[in-house]
Design a protein around this ligand. Structure first.
Ligand code: 6PG
Length: 262
């Protein structure tokens, strides 16, 4: 059962709340299938930037399982990443490795369709190489990804765009190397900037669990734009939040919150 609980005032973001983490994984996989088929039918290929972190893993694993696996036109799917930690591809902290093990190595996607960030290089070199890879695919400096999957950190960061980071002011470059300390994860990262994210056709935020409820409420509860996740506003695209009920617990309009407040 999927429930739309809010459409942010500016008519921008769709907020979808599902009961639990398993439902969130299914909804993630279902949307991947839907958006992939739509893009391939309309434009002949599908370009998607994957999120890192722990939240998307279960959804990615479903992509390698039926029915989803058989519904995706893998030959026309092109994988990119919203961000990557500057570690080798076989490192447990690698966002590429997460997706590789979750589904890539189990589905018939051509190797040349996997456009990973070369996390093993020095941060600036990895950022330049990734930027070139995007420019090659999109034939120009501004990538127009069909879908960008994003997570949400407890501090309101998304991809590797952290509060107070000068990269948030970037108005030209699509990719940047950044350094950030978050939960002991690798500090150096390569990230899409807001320039690239806000050029996407569709942005899908994923958040799960009670630990995310306060930041979800802050991000969706105000439009002051102080948090990086609030600065994700595609110029000509849609933002959708996929939340499980625990992560949505602080949202106005959430039935659970309504009944709790009586
Ligand atoms: C990364 C991510 C990052 C992540 C958030 C949420 O590489 O770390 O791209 O933006 O999405 O930190 O992480 P969790 O899903 O693990 O809470």
């Amino acid at each position: 059962m999927t429930q739309v609980v809010a459409q942010r005032g500016d008519g921008g973001a769709e907020v979808v709340v599902v009961p639990g983490a398993e439902d969130l994984a299914r909804e993630t996989a279902r949307r991947f299938v839907e958006l992939a088929r739509e893009a391939v039918d309309t434009r002949g290929r599908f370009s998607v930037a994957l999120a890192g972190g722990s939240t998307p893993g279960d959804g990615y694993r479903l992509l390698a399982e039926l029915p989803y696996r058989a519904q995706i036109p893998w030959q026309d799917v092109h994988l990119f990443w919203g961000d990557e930690r500057c570690v080798p591809p076989d490192d447990p902290a690698s966002n590429y490795r997460l997706a590789q093990q979750a589904f890539i190595e189990q589905v018939p996607i051509p190797a040349e369709n996997v456009h990973r960030v070369l996390g093993e290089l020095k941060p600036e070199a990895a950022a330049r190489a990734y930027d070139l890879e995007l420019q090659r695919y999109f034939c120009g400096p501004l990538p127009r990804l069909d879908v960008v999957f994003l997570g949400l950190g407890r501090d309101g960061h998304t991809a590797s765009l952290f509060p107070g980071s000068p990269v948030l002011e970037e108005t030209k470059e699509a990719v940047a190397a950044v350094r950030a300390d978050y939960q002991g994860r690798p500090a150096w990262r390569v990230t899409l900037t807001l320039v690239a994210i806000n050029a996407a056709r569709q942005v899908l935020f994923l958040a799960s669990g009670a630990e995310k409820a306060p930041i979800v409420a802050s991000v969706l509860g105000s439009a002051d734009g102080s948090l990086p996740a609030q600065q994700v506003c595609p110029v000509a695209g849609q933002v959708t939040w996929l939340l499980d009920r625990a992560a949505a617990a602080g949202l106005a309009g959430d039935p659970q919150r309504a009944s709790a407040e009586g």
